[in-house]
Design a protein. Structure first.
Length: 117
């Protein structure tokens, strides 16, 4: 099993920045990828960014537009999402996602990000 603990959410004004963290614990020796998703009120959960653990390849949703950067600290088994130039439309609960080899998938509890105009 894998446990995911997100942190770093909060309230920020438009144009501001936040850095989200997701720490993985438990069975983490066969991690395949980690990702961020988000869900705004009344909307479906949507993909934000993904990082492949073995080679650091990344993939971003189009709406990121170069504002967000996903990264990791391998030794700490922690993934980050640096979010700059935040917009009110970025307001959502942000969820950490992890895939292990063998298609095992895990989700964190989510962290709230609120961007005021």
């Amino acid at each position: 099993q894998v446990q995911l603990a997100e942190s770093g959410g909060g309230l920020v004004q438009a144009g501001g920045s936040l850095r989200l963290s997701c720490a993985a614990s438990g069975r983490t020796f066969d991690m395949y990828s980690m990702a961020w998703f988000r869900q705004a009120p009344g909307k479906e959960r949507e993909f934000v960014a993904r990082l492949w653990w073995s080679n650091d390849d990344t993939n971003y949703a189009d709406f990121v537009k170069g504002r967000f950067t996903i990264s990791k600290d391998t030794a700490k088994r922690t993934m980050y999402l640096q979010m700059n130039n935040l917009e009110p439309e970025d307001t959502a609960v942000y969820y950490c996602n992890l895939f292990r080899y063998g298609a095992y998938e895990y989700w964190g509890q989510g962290t709230q990000v609120t961007v005021s105009s």
